[in-house]
Design a protein around this ligand. Structure first.
Ligand code: 5GP
Length: 199
């Protein structure tokens, strides 16, 4: 379970998409959300878009591995699908916030790797958050204040990567992914392999 979190405007979506395209062994954990679908987003690829009532039914039925309210909307990771995938050896990339990260870590600590991305500076973050469109100063200020509160959770992660260059950041994040896969405890079949070597 490879978790990527960051304040928005840090390039997380770009990094996540690139990992998913270039690494054939990891799949995105597709969350449920009550937030409205944005142009370009595809149902079932980016999110499963549901009404709050359906989301709450799923909460009551225990169908989420974790869920949280993020900036006024509900987001949750489906339990059955991810657990079945993990059991069959599938790696998953999670694009979730610090609250979800905490919950997954509490539940499945040994299977979790937590990576937090940071912007190179607050000025650069402001530039990225205001160059997204024709947003008013108020909207940008609100995004900056959210970003600051998200940044404050940086210490709940195993790795912190500053994204000052997208290629370098991608290389660092995939380096973490590859190293974490090589951990002895994560290499299935190793015991039999070594026994065979020693015979
Ligand atoms: P957005 O609405 O921009 O796609 O996502 C807003 C925030 O919600 C991002 O920080 C994203 O990582 C987080 N998020 C997306 N899906 C989930 C989820 O299933 N659980 C949690 N806890 N956060 C999520």
């Amino acid at each position: 379970m490879f978790i990527l979190s960051s304040p928005s405007g840090t390039g997380k979506t770009t990094i996540a998409r690139r990992i998913l395209t270039e690494d054939g062994e990891i799949r995105l954990s597709v969350s449920y959300t009550t937030r409205p679908q944005r142009p370009g987003e595809v149902e079932g690829r980016d999110y499963y878009f549901v009404e709050p009532r359906e989301f709450n039914r799923k909460v009551e039925a225990g169908e989420f591995l974790e869920w949280a309210e993020v900036f006024g909307h509900l987001y949750g990771t489906p339990k059955a699908e991810i657990k079945a995938g993990l059991k069959s050896g599938q790696d998953y990339l999670f694009d979730i916030d610090w609250q979800g990260t905490q919950q997954l870590y509490q539940r499945m600590e040994v299977d979790v790797v937590r990576v937090f991305l940071l912007p190179p500076s607050i000025d650069e973050l402001e530039r990225r958050l205001s160059s997204r469109g024709t947003d008013s100063a108020d909207v940008v200020a609100a995004r900056m204040s959210r970003a600051r509160s998200e940044i404050s959770h940086w210490d709940g992660y195993d790795y912190v990567v500053v994204n000052d260059d997208i290629d370098a950041c991608f290389a660092k994040v995939t380096g973490i992914l590859h190293s974490e896969r090589m951990r002895r405890a994560r290499q299935t079949g190793l015991v039999d392999f070594v026994r065979e070597l020693m015979r």
